[in-house]
Every structure is written in C-alpha cells, then in structure tokens.
Design a protein around this ligand. Structure first.
Ligand code: PRP
Ligand code: GUN
Length: 174
C-alpha cells in the first residue's frame, strides 16, 4: 500500500481562515445568538475550532445524514441517520459542513431545516469544490475553494482514516 498525502492547506492557513470566518459571523450576528449544526462526522473539527472563534452566544447540535443506494455509488437520496436533539424554531441556525461537493447534502439540509421554522438559516463550509456541483446551493460562509481532488484531514476521511490530520491533504492512492 503506497498511499501518499500532499499538503494542500496547512494547519496555520486553516487557523487563519477559521479566525476570519469567526469574526465575520460574530459581526453578522452582533446582539444575537447562533445555533451551530455540526454535520457528522466530517465537520467535528471545523465546528469546534469555529465555535471557539465566535464571540456571540453559541449553542451546538449534531446531525448525521447519508446517501444510500449501491455501496460505492450514491443514489443522491439522503436519509437522516441521527436527527437534532433540540428544536430550531425561532433560532439563528448555521449549518456547518466540512466540504461541499455535488451540493446534494446541503440542498437536502436546507430544504429539511427551513421547514422547521428557524428565524434564519445559513450555510458554512470549510471547503468548496465548485467543479463538482450538480445542484445549485448558495453557501453563505466559505473557507477555501479547492480543485477537484480527493482530500483528507481536519475531519475528512478516506475509509474512516485520516480524520485526525491537523491539515488538509490531497490523497494519492499510488
Ligand atoms: O456535496 P455532497 O456531494 O453531498 O458531499 C458532501 C458531503 O460528503 C461528506 O460526507 P460523508 O458522506 O463523506 O460523511 P462523513 O462526514 O461522515 O465522512 C461531507 O461531509 C458532506 O456531508
Ligand atoms: N474525504 C472526502 N470526502 C469527500 N466528500 C466529498 N468530497 C470529498 C473529499 O474530497 N474528501
């Protein structure tokens, strides 16, 4: 096995960008509070770091969704594997994703969550692969646009491994 990982975004670059996003969110919600929805599993690291950089009151909940169909081919149909514990009615919700690729997951979440009556609903993604988009979805806060490469680290996995890398790397399967 000769998997190799090439650094795409260093820990320092990620730290700086997350601090910037935290500042923007804190300004946008001045005088209010925000309810962060962390989409498991990939977004755990990003959500934790971002939450630390937000200066308005923050609450956090978790949701896990997945595509189903044949094991390697997503049918594009999404199901909820773990739902939120708290109601989002009347709250300023920000959905936190590690990556937006085809856009299917965020499109589904936007439609599902907006029907639950939040006061506001915004999307925040650490990484965006615009070349892969098949459904139009507007992301309010984006960290980095990246090329169409398979990336790991900072929450992102390959077969459940590499989530703990402190940087984002391009995986070369050799
Ligand atoms: O824009 P899309 O094409 O819908 O892809 C993006 C989704 O794919 C990844 O999740 P994954 O299913 O790999 O689960 P994980 O976060 O548990 O690794 C990622 O965390 C997003 O939720
Ligand atoms: N780990 C990982 N998951 C993804 N889901 C969609 N794109 C990617 C990617 O580049 N890496």
């Amino acid at each position: 096995m000769s998997e190799q990982i090439r650094v795409l975004l260093s820990e320092e670059e990620l730290d700086r960008k997350i601090a910037e996003l935290g500042e923007r969110i804190s300004k946008d919600y001045e005088g209010e509070s925000v309810h962060l929805i962390c989409i498991l599993k990939g977004s755990i690291f990003f959500t934790c770091e971002l939450a630390k950089r937000i200066t308005v009151p923050v609450t956090i909940d978790f949701m896990c969704v997945s595509s189903y169909g044949a094991s390697t081919v997503s049918s594009g149909k999404i199901t909820i594997k773990k739902d939120l514990e708290e109601s989002i009615e009347g709250r300023n919700v920000i959905v936190i994703e590690d990556i937006i690729d085809t856009g299917r997951t965020l499109r589904y979440l936007l439609d599902d969550l907006s029907a639950r009556g939040p006061k506001s609903l915004k999307l925040c993604a650490m990484l965006d692969k615009p070349d892969r988009r098949i459904t139009d979805v507007a992301v309010d806060y984006t960290g980095f646009e990246i090329p169409d490469e398979f990336v790991v680290g900072y929450g992102l996995d390959y077969d459940q491994r590499y989530r703990n890398l402190p940087y984002i790397g391009i995986l070369d399967l050799g």
